[in-house]
Every structure is written in C-alpha cells, then in structure tokens.
Design a binder for this molecule. Structure first.
Ligand code: NAD
Length: 484
C-alpha cells in the first residue's frame, strides 16, 4: 500500500476532486530521508478563479442558507472525525513535515479542539442594540466577509488551518485554502474530513500550488474579501500590498524572535523544560519559538549548564521514530540553519552544547544539530534574526530595565515569557513587553486555543485564536431605523 492512502494530485474545488487546470504537479519530499513522497497538484490562477467562484456559489447556495447553529454542528462533526483520525494525521505530518509523531498528534488534537471551540461559538456571536437619538432604533449585525483566503505555511498546517479556517467557517464565510508547497498532505486530508462531515460543496476549497503562482493569484483575487496569511515577513508584505489593491482586510501572522526572561528569583526547575522545549519543538521551526533566553547574571551559569545537559540528552531522528527533534523541512532550510551555525563559529561565539546526531541517520535526511549558544551579544545577528531551526541564543542581563530593553530590541514582537516569583515585576513586564502574548511562569499555555494570538511590529497584525478571531472573520454592519 502506498504511504499516502489517497490521490494527492487533485485539488478540491466545489466539493469535487480534480487535477489542476494546467495539468502540472509538484513533488513532495520526505525530510527524514530525502525520498520522494508524492506529487501534488500545481494550482494556478485558473484554479484559483474556479475555487473563488465555487466559494461565491456556496455563499449563495446551501452553505449560505445554513443557520449559525447548523454551521456549528458541522464543525463539531468535523472535530470528531479529526480526533478519530488523529494517529493517521500525525503519520501524514511526520512523513510530510518531518514532525515527530507525538508533536503531530498534538497538532491533530489541537485542530479538533479548534473545530470544537469554533463550532460551539458559531451561534454565540451577535450584534448589539445601541442607545441612540429619540425616534431611532439602532443595532449592529455581524456578517461574514464572503470569500476568505487562507494562505498557510508548512510548519503547523493543522493548527493554522484550525484557527483560521475553523473561525472563518463558523462565521459563515466560504474559504479558499492554499497550503504550502513543501507540505500539504494534512490540508488535503482535512478537505476529505470536511467532505465526509457533509460540509456543503464550495464552503471549503483547497488549491495547493506554488506561492508565487496559486498564492499570488489568491491574495490578489478581486472576489476575495479577506486574506489570512501566516508565513514570512517578506511574503506578508507582498500579500498586504496585493490585498490593498482590492481594499480588503488582511491578518498577518509572521515571524518572531521571541524571548524568555529568567530572573534570579525564578523557579528554575519549573522553567527548564519550557526553556529548552520552546526552542527545539518542531526542530525550532515555530513562529513563537523561544529563540532568545535572557538570564539574570546570578543564575546565568546554572541555566547554561542545566540547559546544556538537556541538549546533550536530546534524541534526534526520523519523524516516524518519534524523536525529540526531527529533521528540518528541506535541504534549503538545512542550508539556512547551517549558515547560522557557521556564523556562530566565525564570530567566535561560545557553543554551550549540541545534541549528538546518532549514527545511522538516513543520509538524505535534513539533519541539523540542535545548538545552544551562550553569551550572545543582543545586537548579534544570532540574537536579532529568525533562524527557524533548533538554535537558541542565551543572553545575560543585570536588571529588569536591561532585560526589557533587550527583549524589545528586535524588529519582531510575537510572544514573550517571564519567569519570576515577583508578582509586581511580572505585571510591569506584561504591560511593557512589546508583543502579542506574554506568558508568566509558563510558555505557550499548552497551545491556548482560547487565547487570542498575533503579533506587533514585524510579527504582523490582526488576531487569530480565541473569540477574537470571530470578530476578525466578520464584518460589522450598523442599522439605524427612524420610526418616531
Ligand atoms: P513563506 O512566507 O515562504 O510561505 C508561507 C505561505 O505563503 C506558503 O503557502 C507559500 O506558498 C505562500 N507564498 C509564498 N510566496 C507567495 C507569494 N508571492 N504570494 C502569495 N503567497 C505566497 O513562509 P514559510 O517559509 O513557509 O514559513 C515560515 C515563516 O512563517 C516563518 O517566518 C514563521 O515565523 C512564519 N510563521 C508564523 C506563524 C504565526 O502564527 N505568526 C506561524 C507559523 C509560521
């Protein structure tokens, strides 16, 4: 039996599976061994046109006719199907992304939870009546934008589909999803689940393809009324410019250089697993990876030593073996990360620890050694640029003011963590850190589907996750009735 139990070369448009209009395909590679995994459809502008037309028809047809409660029930049904297939989805993600099985399964469970959360919320979003002038009744309506575009990256396909497509469907939009060309098996599996749950044709359309072809056509399409983009800063700017021509809103979930701040009074035992995991999870290819660890000087050496012990014990290996750290997504990404490791050596930086690469790793896999670098100057490129690999920079600081300046001193502002037993300091920093989420004495809150997420500065704008996403995926209409 093939490793992939469905036809990967088809696009999903108007409830039907069909080849790309141009007939082209693109190769998917297994990053754990470099083997050829499958071919996917190479969607282009004509396919995007068809997908947008299908979504528009769905809004005018069966999908648009559903009540909010009926939409919610469909999402709940999809949630159950995702959960039932969580192991298989994790296997697909392991093959496609190189994501260790346990981490892929957590993504599948998160996708199910997003669908549950937004399914439950679908009929609980409403407008308000507004006290206004005598002789008027004024109220607001929350309406879907219409056709929404969802352009997602390869690192967390299931979670990002859950938070953006889940919220958009709950509000009654019809979606066109463009997964990343490096990894889109779970996006295709998700479309099959939507079909099996009975989602009306055209409510969800999936068009795999290259960013500069299918992605560019989708972000510039005049029939699209909202664009949700998760990916790099450079492409985010292109998306916003394209959407601006049609005057449509965009949500940009971009990169990060997120810090965790460890104060001398912190519970180090509690902090340690979070300090390391937030750097190596998904081989460091996480937008909210804690790639900078800022440590107050009295405990700096202890933290370096304790993190180094954990690094040396990390198991690196093929994703299906469920290691701590799998390969990175591609040989291109491997080269990028190796470029930063060469920079570390050339700059004479101190490597505190590296995880070993075990003998016998498949030679075609995209392996990089998880690397902990100590005493990094906050202005160094290693402490400023998003690496997107399992590399963490440790930076010492003396006091709270210095820690804050370092934490805020990059172009990014996605997430921050603060480890301290001083409640006043935690509250002060929570307000002063420039980012979209602050975690005190934890990092990531276990995924926190209910917690609005997004960035400031180059990390983007707009919020997904939580109830807030439902406002982003809808438009407010004000009605004022004069009646005397
Ligand atoms: P990328 O920007 O290269 O690609 C993301 C998506 O955009 C892909 O589907 C790609 O095909 C598409 N794309 C590429 N060029 C395009 C174009 N010209 N027009 C339209 N679409 C285009 O990003 P990547 O390298 O795949 O992902 C890594 C980046 O994503 C990192 O910077 C990471 O921090 C970021 N990210 C952010 C979040 C978040 O929630 N903030 C989550 C995950 C990843």
């Amino acid at each position: 039996m093939s490793a992939i139990p469905f036809d990967t070369t088809a696009l999903f448009i108007a409830g039907r599976w069909q080849g790309a209009a141009g007939g082209g395909t693109l190769p998917l590679t297994n990053p754990s061994d470099g083997s050829s995994l499958a071919q996917i459809a190479r969607g282009q502008a004509a396919d995007v046109d068809a997908a947008v037309a299908a979504a528009q028809a769905a809004l005018q047809g069966d999908w648009g006719a559903l009540t909010a409660a009926e939409r919610g029930r469909l999402l709940l049904k999809m949630s159950g199907l995702v959960l039932a297939q969580a192991d298989e989805l994790a296997r697909l993600e392991a093959l496609d992304v190189g994501k260790p099985l346990k981490q892929g399964r957590a993504d599948a469970v998160a996708l199910a939870r997003y669908l549950e959360f937004y399914g439950g919320a679908a009929d609980k979003v409403h407008g308000e009546t507004i006290p206004f002038a005598n002789g008027y009744t004024a109220f607001t309506l929350r309406e879907p934008h219409g056709v929404t575009a969802h352009i997602v990256p390869w690192n967390y396909p299931m979670q990002i589909i859950g938070r953006s497509v889940g919220a958009a469907l709950a509000m009654g939009n019809a979606c066109v999803l463009k997964p990343a060309e490096e990894a889109c098996l779970t996006a295709l599996a998700f479309a099959r689940i939507a079909q099996a749950a009975g989602l009306p044709a055209g409510a969800l359309n999936v068009v795999p393809g290259l960013g500069e072809e299918a992605g560019a056509a989708l972000s510039a399409h005049p029939g699209v009324r909202h664009v949700s983009f998760t990916g790099s800063v450079a492409v985010g700017a292109l998306i916003q410019a394209a959407a601006a021509k049609n005057a449509v809103p965009v949500t940009l979930e971009l990169g990060g250089k997120s810090p965790q701040l460890v104060f001398a009074d912190a519970d180090l035992e509690a902090a340690l697993p979070f300090l390391v995991n937030a750097g190596i999870q998904n081989a460091g290819q996480t937008c909210s990876a804690a790639s900078r660890i800022l440590v107050q000087r009295p405990v700096f050496d202890t933290v370096v030593q304790r993190m180094a012990e954990r690094y040396r014990a990390l198991r690196v290996g093929p994703a299906l073996d469920d290691p701590d750290v799998g390969p990175v997504i591609s040989s291109r990404q491997q080269e990028i990360v190796e470029g930063y490791l060469a920079l570390v050596r050339d700059s004479g930086l101190h490597i505190a620890a590296q995880a070993p690469l075990p003998p016998g790793l498949p030679s075609g896999g995209c392996w990089v050694r998880p690397t902990l670098v100590a005493d990094v100057n906050p202005a160094h490129r290693l402490a400023q640029e998003e690496i997107f690999g399992p590399v963490q920079a440790l930076i010492p600081f003396d006091d709270e003011a210095e820690a804050l300046a370092i934490a805020n001193g990059t172009p990014y502002g996605l997430v921050a963590g603060v480890w301290t037993r001083d409640g006043s300091r935690a509250l002060r920093l929570a307000r002063r850190l420039q980012c979209g989420q602050v975690f005190v004495n934890n990092y990531g809150a276990g995924g926190g589907i209910e917690l609005p997420f997004g960035g400031v500065k180059h990390s983007g704008h707009g919020r997904e996750k939580g109830f807030e996403a439902l406002y982003g995926f809808s438009s407010l209409k004000t009605v004022a009735i004069k009646h005397d």
